[in-house]
Ligand binder design. Sequence first.
Ligand code: CMP
Length: 142
Amino acid sequence: MVLERTLVLVKPDGVERGLIGEIISRYERKGLKLIGLKLLNFSRVKAEELYAIHKGRPYYEKLIEFMTSKPIVAIAIKGNNAIDLVRLINGETDPLKSVPGSIRGDFSTDITYNLVHASDCKENAESELAILFSPEELCSYN
Ligand code: CMP
């Protein structure tokens, strides 16, 4: 058992298309546990903090504009191998590699408007969770 926590964001396209429930249900059905959940407008400051490693890339400005354009949903998830399992459920960033059955493979054709974000490693998961949630917003239960 490798118990991990991770951050998922339903991006503005997922909220606009009414896919919040569809997306959340996939993590729940897998057996992962939601420990934090909220709908919010992502501030530019926080979006830039989350995507700091992408700064300077050609798609960076478009990404920040997109992520701050409309509400997002932040989800804190806990479970066995949660980091890699969530990324498997989400599918690849490249729409030509995201296979049917994954969220991106089923619902997206675009590399920017790709519905979900998920942390890629333990260290980033903890720092990304701290950007979106205060400690008291995360629940501990069995
Ligand atoms: P995400 O998992 O949120 O992490 C970085 C985001 O940058 C990625 O999903 C995409 O939405 C966006 N992006 C846009 N263009 C590219 C690209 N060429 N390569 C990687 N990420 C990109």
